[in-house]
Structure formats: structure tokens, C-alpha cells
Design a protein around this ligand. Structure first.
Ligand code: PLP
Length: 358
């Protein structure tokens, strides 16, 4: 381990320790498991905003391709010298088509007008297109029952630049990937002779583990399982991955004994929520200097299992430390693992110092 890099001046906390070697382990392990069944893995970097200090070591370790939902992130990788195939995985804004042709090798579309604009655009790359099919999750993609109408048009417009189909499950409707919805993609792919079938994200890894993935599916886009070792849709950790990839350290600024229920008439909290309180009498509470601006407080997972996270406002998170054997004091740092949502926000917060541990 290298010595810690200094934070911005004295502003070191809250601090997010990033264990790059563990992320590399997860990426290479999943890439290998996918390859065993003929699936090429694209590592999705949006949860870390494609931070080059994380992505470049992944590339150097042998990760083949990357994807991101934001063109700014893809451009950030190009500017950092990453020449690997890059996928824009969010269906594009019409206003970013020129940037796509400049920087992205693959793009996922669901609208014929977007496809026309991409095909007509002139730029550095001949960006290849995958058409998104909605097989049930009601997020992006043309609804499977009338996919033919769009695909007939798409083939005419894009010709060989239309290389495949993709679907996304588990993210909005929470629909689980299974043989039935994967088959829908395979059947359409066969009808239009499209070689690339991009079947899934972290929630679809189970199909590979259980050898239930139709063999025609040959591409996955995976973020969460690489960066956190989890699959939130199925509420499980992914076998073979390391979960200790990111640790947030936040500093205690108050420790006092207080009632567990507020005193006075109760309205809404700072975010318009109506918090619920269980009366457990007097409790020892700690306030840490991190809040909803930096994380999703309910996604903070204390390494001390005796601590429970109660509630947070923008800048304060309140913990119940009564049950802990540790004699916590102000100035001490508490450590947390993060949920996907909490990590996304932490990476996006400029108030959190990202400490890259190599
Ligand atoms: C975010 C995203 C992924 C990656 O999902 P994970 O659950 O993080 O593996 C894949 N495809 C699309 C279209 C996405 O938006």
C-alpha cells in the first residue's frame, strides 16, 4: 500500500478509500467467468464517474472494454488516453450525437430519429449501434410486442452499423432476468441476423452461474458486481467477488445521550419526509459530519455491526452507538461500506476526498 495522498488542503474527511486491487480482482474474475460461456464483458464505470485513477489500472490489468451512461465520462476517459472500445449505455440525447461520433465506439438506441441522426453524423468514428428492446422492465427500449416495426426500419436505416440488440432488466421495474426474457432477445436477434446480443447487467450474472443463459447471448454490461461485489436486484453478494472495495470514513462531531423520540409537534424533515421514531428511551447518539448531500444515509453500512444508522439531513447523519462496546469519542472516524446508491452519490460529491489505495 502506498502512503495516503493528502486531501485537498486540510479537508480530508469525509474520506472514501478506494481499493483498486480489489476492483481489479472483481473485474478480471467476472470477465473470465463470462468468457467461459462466450460472453464478452464490458465494465460499466458510471458509479465511479469513470474516474481515470480507477479505470486506467483496470485497463492495464486487462479489462477489454468499458461503458458509461454519460458522454462526459466517456470523454474523460478519451482525454486520459483510454483507447479501448467505449460504449454509451444510456440511450442518447439528440444533442450529444456529435460527441458520440467523436468518442464512443458503441451506442444503444431505442428511437428511430436518434438512429437516423447517428447514421447521418460525420465524425471520427463509425459508431456501431445496438437497438434496445424492452422485454419487461418498462425502462428504455422498444416494447418487445411491437419490436418488429422498429427493427425493420432500423435495419434499413443503419445497415451493417446495426450490430445487435440489447436489453436492460432489474433497474427500474426490478424485473429479474431469466430464460424467458433472454429468449425474447435471442429470437429477435435471429430474425434480423444480428450478431451481438447484450443480455444484461449484474442482475443477469446468476444466469451464467447457474448455466441457464441461452448460448446466443454474447455480451454483458456489468457495473455493480465489479465495483461492489453485489447484485442489489437479487439482494445478494456475487460469489467470487470481494466486497471491500470502497470504505467511507466519516468523523464524529458530537456524542451525546438523547431521547429516541423528538420532543414537540412533528412536521416533515428537511427533505419533506416524515421520519418515524421508535421509543427506546435514552440512547447514546453520535453525529458524523456527512449527510444526504454526500451519500444516501440509509445506504451506509457500518463496519461496527453494533452501530445503527438512524436518519440524516443534508450534512448530519445520526447514529445510535448505545450497543457498541467501543468507547467512541469526537474526532474519531467511523468506517462504512456503501450501497450502490450511496457510492454513486459519494463519488459525485466534491466534499468527499477520494483516496486511491493501490
Ligand atoms: C447501469 C447499467 C448497466 C450496469 O448495471 P449494473 O447493475 O451496475 O451491473 C448496464 N446496462 C445499462 C443500460 C445500464 O444503465
Amino acid at each position: 500500500m502506498k502512503p495516503e495522498r493528502k486531501g485537498e488542503g486540510v479537508f480530508v474527511y469525509p474520506k472514501l478509500d478506494v481499493y483498486v486491487e480489489k476492483i481489479i480482482h472483481n473485474a478480471l474474475y467476472l470477465q473470465q467467468e463470462c468468457r467461459k460461456v462466450g460472453v464478452e464483458l464490458t465494465v460499466v464505470t458510471k458509479v465511479v464517474r469513470a474516474m481515470p485513477e480507477i479505470v486506467i489500472p483496470l485497463r492495464d490489468a486487462g479489462v477489454g472494454s468499458f461503458g458509461d451512461s454519460r458522454m462526459q465520462n466517456i470523454k474523460r476517459l478519451r482525454d486520459a488516453g483510454v483507447e479501448n472500445p467505449l460504449h454509451l449505455i444510456r440511450i442518447p440525447m439528440l444533442s450529444e450525437v456529435d460527441a458520440i461520433i467523436e468518442h464512443a465506439d458503441f451506442v444503444f438506441v431505442s428511437e428511430i430519429d436518434t438512429l437516423k441522426k447517428i447514421v447521418a453524423a460525420k465524425g471520427k468514428r463509425k459508431t456501431a449501434v445496438l437497438f434496445m428492446i424492452d422485454v419487461g422492465d418498462i425502462r428504455e427500449g422498444v416494447w418487445y410486442e411491437h419490436a418488429d416495426r422498429s427493427l425493420e426500419q432500423a435495419v434499413k436505416i443503419a445497415g451493417r452499423r446495426l450490430i445487435g440488440l440489447a436489453t436492460n432488466l432489474g433497474c427500474f421495474g426490478g424485473v429479474l432476468p431469466d430464460e424467458t426474457n433472454m429468449r425474447m432477445l435471442c429470437d429477435l436477434g435471429k430474425r434480423y441476423a444480428l450478431p451481438t446480443l447484450s443480455g444484461g447487467n449484474s442482475a443477469a450474472l446468476l444466469l451464467i452461474e447457474e448455466q441457464r443463459l441461452p448460448k446466443e447471448i454474447n455480451h454483458y454490461r456489468v457495473g455493480e458486481a465489479v465495483f461492489l461485489g453485489t447484485d442489489v436486484t437479487r439482494n445478494r453478494s456475487v460469489p467470487g467477488t470481494d466486497p471491500d472495495t470502497f470504505i467511507l470514513q466519516a468523523e464524529i462531531v458530537e456524542i451525546q445521550v438523547k431521547p429516541s423520540v423528538p420532543v414537540g409537534k412533528i412536521g416533515q424533515d428537511a427533505f419533506g419526509r416524515k421520519p418515524e421514531f421508535e421509543d427506546k428511551g435514552l440512547r447514546k447518539k453520535a453525529i458524523i459530519a456527512v449527510g444526504e448531500q454526500d451519500v444516501i444515509a440509509s445506504g451506509l453500512l457500518p463496519l461496527d455491526p453494533k452501530i445503527s444508522v438512524l436518519h440524516a439531513s443534508s450534512d448530519h447523519t445520526i447514529l445510535d452507538v448505545t450497543e457498541s462496546a467501543q468507547p467512541y469519542k469526537i474526532g474519531e472516524k467511523l468506517s462504512f461500506r456503501l450501497s450502490y446508491g450511496a457510492l454513486l452519490r459519494a463519488m459525485t460529491s466534491e466534499y468527499i476526498f477520494k483516496n486511491i489505495v493501490v
